[in-house]
Structures are given as C-alpha cells and as structure tokens.
Design a protein around this ligand. Structure first.
Ligand code: SIN
Ligand code: CO
Length: 383
C-alpha cells in the first residue's frame, strides 16, 4: 500500500494552494517507496503488442523516438535513453496501487499511470503536458527543472517529440526515491536521470470542449440521433435573399442546443464517454462462467477487485434511478441496490465485510455475477 504524506498540508490545502495552479515538490510524499515493478519487467512489457510504449534517446546530439513494441534494448548502450510505458495500471496490479493514494481526486479525472525507466542522462526532453501530473520518483535520482506557465514556444525535436524552447526554472531539484513532483498542465519541465532510475507518473486529464463535442457527434451518429433536418414550413417571403435573419440563425443554433438540452441523452453520452477505456484492458475471462448461487457464497469468502484501468462511474443525481456507467456502457439496475453499486464504483477492492449488506441481495448478486463473467471484476484473496 502506498500512503501519501503531504507533510504539513491537508489534501484540501494541497488542492487550494497547488492543484491546477502551480508546481510543487513533495519531499518523501511516499516514505519507504519501493518500485512496484522491476526495470527488466517494464522492458519486457514494452515488448508486448498491446502495451503503449516509447523509447527516447539522443544519437549524436539528435533526439530520437520510437514506439513499441520493442525487440531489444542492447543497441542503446548504458546512457542517455529512457523508456516510457503508458497505462501501467492496466497491466500491473502492484503498480496500480500507487493510484490508490490519489483517491482524494475523482477517478473520472484520472488518465493513467505512466512508468519511465531511464539510464544516466536519459530524458524525454523539455516539454509541456496537457495533464496534471504527480511524478513519483522510484529507484535512483532525477534532476528536474520546471518553468513557469505562460508563453512558451513548442517545436518538433523529432516527428514524435514535441519539445519546448529553453525556459527559466522556478523549480530546480534532485528527486530521490519517494519524492513527488506535482506539475499542472502548461508548465514546461524536463527531468534528466542522474543514474539508472524509475519514475511513476499519475496523470489527470480534463477534456477540451472540442474533444467532447467530437465524441458527442460520433455518439449521435452511432445512435442515429440528431439527423432530423431543420424544418421551416412557415417560411415567409423575403425581400433580402442574402440575409440570414435572427430567427433563422436562432433556429439553426437551437437544432444543436436541443441535443445538448436533452438531459437524459447527454448524460448517457457523458457517462459512456467518461468510462470508455483509454488504453487496452487486460481482461481475463473466467474459464467457466460463474453461477448466481456460487457468487453469493464467493462474496462472503473472497474480495472482489476491479480490473486495472477499468472505469466505473455514476452521476450524483441519477444513481438512485438505477443507472451507472461501466467501460463505456450504460448499465441499468434495480434502484434498491444503488448503495451497493456506489461501492463498486467508489472502491477498487471490496471485501466480504464491505459487501455484507449485499452478498445476499438477488439483484446485487446478479450484477456481480455479470461483472465477474465479463472479466471486469475478479476474485481476490480476502486477506
Ligand atoms: C518521464 O518521467 O520521463 C517523463 C514524465 C513527464 O515529464 O511527464
Ligand atoms: Co511531462
């Protein structure tokens, strides 16, 4: 278990002072931190097809980047390269534990856990992110510089590397194992490994209006909605045929507005959009489907754990109506199990004691059976 120690600050004080506002170093945010995954295991993962990974190195002073899967690392030598693996939470239960320390933020804001291994001198170069990132230093040390936000010129140092022009540092530190560097979006930064090192970045990303609108358009197309043509059966003769009247403009705009104002439909879209998997899930289906009677007993003897990277949310005002969203799908359930469903969405692991009110409830057991059979939740030792 990773326990976040914000020193003199409460979590709310951290949010008030730093979240989305300014970067900060939290020395020994994780006391006695141990890498949840070894460097060679990480390198092995980056050899797999479904893992998103990237190698960044410098050859003759030129930045180079390549995307995985990789076959070997031998040609890279022993310095000036780094390997980055995205969505490690989908593939390593131990690494996913780091995210648990950040549950004081809502899970819908979470993007993924990224791991980076670097040789001495290794770096991905100076850049800016669209993410709020908590860079948790694992083994080894890294030198980090962070600049202020504002106008910074970005350029392609390589076709796959967007870098930023040199910046003045407002933070200039050496991070040691267990230290955490929080960086909000838009602050340029650069980390250079001082020895062989690992770091684990918990990234939070909000969506831009254009990405939501584009996904909403796809949702409308998939559901054959919003395709009614504008009607104007009461059209009056015009004397200025080049004019778009205020009334016509309003009805064009209203065509879009009506889709956004359809609260139930927009909520379904939002729930599906927020829970859609951003990276491949490592779903493991049970050999034999579970039976209802069996599951009721299993919930008394085992913990159930949510698949790493699976997104499951509910809306504050519709959970009681029996609606939740899991992995891009809207799920309806009997509203008397709303509090049980909240537990499934709020907590990654549920032990028999957590579910004592639900393990004999037929509707809850039915839902749990379905989720176990889909491989979205799995059985774990109750400990
Ligand atoms: C890294 O850890 O190598 C890069 C992390 C970051 O700058 O976001
Ligand atoms: Co970054």
């Amino acid at each position: 278990m990773y326990t976040l120690n914000l020193k003199q600050m409460t979590q709310q004080e951290f949010l008030d002072e730093y979240w989305q506002k300014k970067p900060v170093v939290i020395r020994q945010g994780f006391k006695d931190f141990v890498d949840p995954i070894a460097a060679d295991e990480l390198a092995g993962l980056a050899m797999e097809e479904q893992i998103e990974s990237r190698l960044v190195h410098k050859t003759d002073g030129q930045w180079q980047a390549a995307f995985g899967p990789f076959e070997s690392y031998e040609h890279l030598g022993t310095q000036d390269w780094s390997l980055v693996v995205q969505a490690l939470d989908n593939f390593s239960e131990e690494a996913a534990e780091i995210i648990e320390a950040f549950r004081f933020l809502p899970h819908w804001r979470l993007d993924d856990l990224m791991a980076s291994f670097a040789m001495p001198g290794g770096s991905v170069g100076p850049h800016m992110d669209n993410y709020d990132t908590f860079i948790c230093q694992g083994s080894g040390k890294r030198h980090w510089r962070v600049g202020d936000n504002g106008q910074h010129i970005e350029f392609a140092a390589h076709e796959a590397l967007l870098h930023v022009e040199p910046f003045e540092a407002i933070i200039d530190v050496e991070l040691e194992t267990g230290d955490i560097l929080y960086i909000p979006p838009g602050f340029p930064h650069e980390g250079i490994s001082l020895d062989t090192s690992m770091s684990f970045s918990v990234g939070f990303r909000a969506n831009s209006a254009v990405s939501v609108l584009s996904a909403f358009a796809d949702h409308l197309i998939d559901n054959e909605k919003g395709n009614k043509l504008l009607t104007d059966a009461n059209r009056q003769v015009v004397s200025h045929s080049g004019e778009v009247t205020n009334e016509d403009y309003a009805s064009i705009k209203n065509q879009i507005q009506r889709l956004l104002d359809d609260e139930a439909s927009f909520k379904t879209f939002t729930g599906q959009f927020l829970t859609a998997a951003k990276h491949d899930l490592d779903t493991l289906l049970p050999d034999e489907p579970f039976e209802l009677t069996e599951v009721s007993n299993l919930l008394n003897s085992h913990a159930i754990k949510r698949l790493g990277g699976l997104r499951a949310f509910y809306f504050e005002d519709t959970i009681e109506q029996g609606l939740c969203y899991i992995n891009g799908t809207e799920l309806a359930f009997s509203n008397d199990i709303a509090n049980g469903v909240k537990l499934l969405c709020d907590k990654v692991m549920l032990k028999p004691d957590d579910l004592s009110a639900w393990s004999h409830n037929a509707a809850f057991v039915e839902l749990a059976t379905e989720l176990l059979n889909q491989g979205y939740w799995y059985l774990a030792e109750a400990e």
